[in-house]
Design a protein around this ligand. Sequence first.
Ligand code: HEC
Length: 153
Amino acid sequence: MRAMKHILLAVLLAAPALRAQGLPEGPGRAEAEKICRGCHEMARSISKHQDRDGWLQTMNKMAAYGMKSSDQHFAKTLDYLAKHYPADEIPPINVNKASAIELEAGLSLRRSQAAALLKFRAEHGDFKSLDDLKKVPLMDAAHIDAKKDRIVF
Ligand code: HEC
């Protein structure tokens, strides 16, 4: 029973260290752990994927909550977070180059729509605008508008 207690205690004590080991290696990790751990779990600190600006905003928000850090630690932590937890980047789709699969996956087109787009492209040449795309048979204009940020020519 006593031994059990000791094992339990050892596991509990080791838990934060084990979690820390879960963070990817790299410059700034030690600083991030130092300054992001004060108020909530590290897991919460790295719960986001965002670009550098997003991380800067998050860190400024934490500073407003009372997070303490030297300028140097702040900068290193920002570098670390931006590098290891970047925005999930989905590359935009070039509708003049994309294959049927890329059109289906990247723009959520149905197979028939992707096929119609390729056919239209082969017959009429490159698309130059969203309006061009909307001329493709089977294409849904509202869907094209909804995906416009994902489309390049
Ligand atoms: C002084 C205390 C404090 C420290 C230190 C701190 N935070 Fe926070 N953090 C908070 C509080 C309070 C909340 C909850 C408020 C909220 O959800 O908006 C929070 C919530 C969060 C959230 C979830 C909500 C959101 O804004 O996205 C993230 C992500 C986060 N913190 C990241 C970090 C990072 C990264 C660090 C280290 C650079 C850090 N925190 C250090 C106080 C702190």
